[in-house]
Every structure is written in structure tokens, then in C-alpha cells.
Design a protein around this ligand. Structure first.
Ligand SMILES: [Mg+2]
Length: 349
């Protein structure tokens, strides 16, 4: 099988503002082949990444062989090298992620196998899901056994109290056996994090996520001993196995959270998982409950833990991917449909 064409589009989202930074910057990549098989992938980087795919990668990809996992890995390496002058991290790798995932989807469809099977087969028949967002009551009603709450440090002492109140409420709603986590999106600093660990100790918080920026790897590493038993998590803003090699070297995070639609796709994800397991880290892909991460979680050494973002009760959502698995009683199953098992909603492309 050969690649005939590759193209990317920024979907017509309705429930976000116009900026391409929004809705997690997600783009759709389509791969057409000479045998009539079409595959789709999901990348990041918004309109800027669309330009990377259509204005550069498409030319490199046309006519390439796509008959094996090794072909995908070789293609990944070539695109990475071709984009080094402007890439290595960020938008270029978010674009490469979409291409890589579309290649995996295409190969799976051609071989009539789910991506998890291409990865060696499902090791986890179901994956424990955790719900990220603000509607804690609803997630508890839906049956989730794990919940991650956003929190932002604005500089006010009241921010300590709001974190304590949120943790207390989550413990009440989800019970003593649940995992509860905080994602603070780089708004805490080291002092705030240590103080929060003290104030939140009674609520047994599983991890603090993104407390510092991804440029503060050594400072992240230094925090680990100061907030135990809570874990330091991060990595959604890190890219490729090259970037995660620095995470491993510094010991920045106990929980690694590569975003499979940003970090370089499944191909980079496999290399990151191998490196993370070797380093003794827990691998919990960002948004891992979406099919792009879920197949990797189910078939690899990732933790049995997949993030879903249910939104809020009754809230409007763009249904971009048709066939996405939905968590039932807090657990997800990988479908056995070929590829990733989803198709894009063409009305949005
Ligand atoms: Mg996060």
C-alpha cells in the first residue's frame, strides 16, 4: 500500500470561540492510499499545524510505502528530521502527531485490525476512567471512581481555601476509595505547592499536575519529596521521546502525561512509554480516554487510567468523532473495529 495524498483541516467547531488556540487546537488529518483505504488522525496546533501538514509534510509523504508498523516509524523519523529547522517541539510535532495517527488508522483499516492489535494486542480489557472538569456532582452520578479538578492560583490566600473546599467536596461525593487529583495548569509555584500539600494532606490527593512549567524540570523534581505521598504529574506540554529523555534524566515527574495527539502520535508514544517504564514512572496519557491514547493504554505499559473530559451536565459539545467509546460506570473499553474505530463527522470538516 502506498500513500496517495495527505491533507489536514481545522474543523468547523461551533462551541468554541474563533481563535485556533481553542478546543485544544485540534486538527483532523486524512490519508488516502492507492488501494482505496482512507485513514484519519487527530493532531494539535490549530491552523498553524494545518499549514505544516498541507504545506510541507504532504509533499514528503506522497508515494511513500505504508505496509507495516516499521514503515510508519521510518516515516515519523523522516518527518521529524525534515521539520527540525522549525520543529522539534510545539506546533510542528502537533502536526506530526495527526499524520502519525492517521497512518496508524490507515494501516489498521487495511489489515482489518484495531490499532491496539497492531501494538501487540489488548492487555487491559477495560480501562479505569477519570473525569476531568468542574461538574463534580455529575461525574459522581455517572459512576466515575476518579476525578481531577482544575485549580488556579491567582495570588489570593483564598486560593488555599478554594482548593481545600474542592477536595473536601470531591471526597464526600466520590468516597474514600476514589482517586482525586488537581490540575493547576502551571499557576502554582514551588512554595504554593508545598503549602497546598500540607493543607490538602487529609484528603489524600493522588497527584498535583502541571504545578510549574515544563521548563522547570529540576524544580519539579525537587518538589517530589516535599509533597509525598501526593505525586507530581506533568508532560502534556512536552514533545517526543527526545523531550521526555530530559524528563527521565531530571526525574521531573512521577506521572508522565504525554498527549498522544500532540507529543508525536502513537509512534512517539511507544518510545515514551518504553522510556518511562524504564525510568520507573507511571504513564498516564493526557486525554487518554479518547481513542488515540486509549489504544496505547490498553496495549502497552501505561497505567490503567484514562482521562475523559465529559464537560458539564447539559452542556453543548461538538461531536467531531463518531464512535468514540463512552465511559460506563467509570470504565472504558477499546472497540475491536479496524484502526482507531472512529470516523470524523464530515459536516465539521
Ligand atoms: Mg493538564
Amino acid at each position: 500500500m502506498k500513500i496517495r495524498s495527505v491533507s489536514a483541516v481545522y474543523p468547523r467547531y461551533r462551541n468554541v470561540v474563533k481563535s485556533w488556540r481553542t478546543n485544544l487546537w485540534q486538527i483532523v488529518v486524512r490519508v488516502e492510499t492507492d488501494v482505496g483505504v482512507t485513514g484519519f488522525g487527530y493532531g494539535g496546533g490549530g491552523r498553524a499545524a494545518v499549514e505544516v501538514v498541507n504545506g510541507h509534510f504532504a509533499e514528503v509523504l506522497e508515494g511513500r510505502e505504508l505496509s507495516s508498523v516499521a514503515d510508519i516509524a521510518a516515516t515519523w523519523d523522516e518527518l521529524y528530521e525534515a521539520s527540525i529547522p522549525y520543529g522539534r517541539k510545539g506546533v510542528a510535532i502537533m502536526a506530526l502527531s495527526g499524520v502519525d495517527l492517521a497512518l496508524w488508522d490507515t494501516l489498521g483499516k487495511a489489515e482489518r485490525k484495531p490499532v491496539a492489535e497492531l501494538l501487540g494486542g489488548v492487555k487491559k480489557e477495560r480501562v479505569r476512567a477519570y473525569a476531568t472538569g468542574t461538574d463534580s456532582e455529575w461525574y459522581a452520578e455517572l459512576g466515575f471512581t476518579a476525578h481531577k479538578m482544575p485549580h488556579r492560583w491567582t495570588g489570593s490566600p483564598a486560593d488555599h481555601d478554594s482548593a481545600v473546599a474542592a477536595a473536601r467536596r470531591a471526597r464526600e461525593l466520590f468516597g474514600p476509595g476514589a482517586e482525586i487529583m488537581f490540575d493547576v495548569y502551571m499557576s502554582w509555584d514551588s512554595d504554593v505547592t508545598v503549602e497546598m500539600a500540607k493543607r490538602l494532606a487529609e484528603f489524600d490527593v493522588h497527584w498535583f499536575e502541571d504545578v510549574l512549567t515544563p521548563d522547570d524540570l529540576d524544580a519539579n523534581a525537587a518538589l517530589r519529596a516535599l509533597v509525598k505521598p501526593t505525586l507530581i504529574a506533568g508532560g502534556e506540554h512536552e514533545f517526543t521521546h527526545v523531550g521526555f529523555a530530559d524528563v527521565a534524566r531530571t526525574g521531573a515527574y512521577e506521572v508522565w502525561q504525554p498527549d498522544i495527539t500532540w507529543c508525536g502520535g502513537i509512534t512517539a508514544g511507544l518510545r515514551i512509554v518504553e522510556m518511562g517504564v524504564e525510568a520507573g514512572a507511571q504513564i498516564v496519557p493526557h486525554r487518554g480516554g479518547e481513542v488515540w491514547g486509549l489504544h496505547l493504554i490498553a496495549a502497552s505499559g501505561c497505567e490503567d487510567f484514562g482521562e475523559v473530559l465529559p464537560g458539564t451536565r447539559g452542556g453543548d459539545r461538538d461531536e467531531l468523532w463518531l464512535g468514540e467509546p463512552v465511559a460506563t460506570d467509570g470504565y472504558l473499553e477499546v472497540s475491536d473495529s479496524p484502526g482507531f474505530g472512529v470516523e470524523p463527522n464530515e459536516d465539521m470538516l
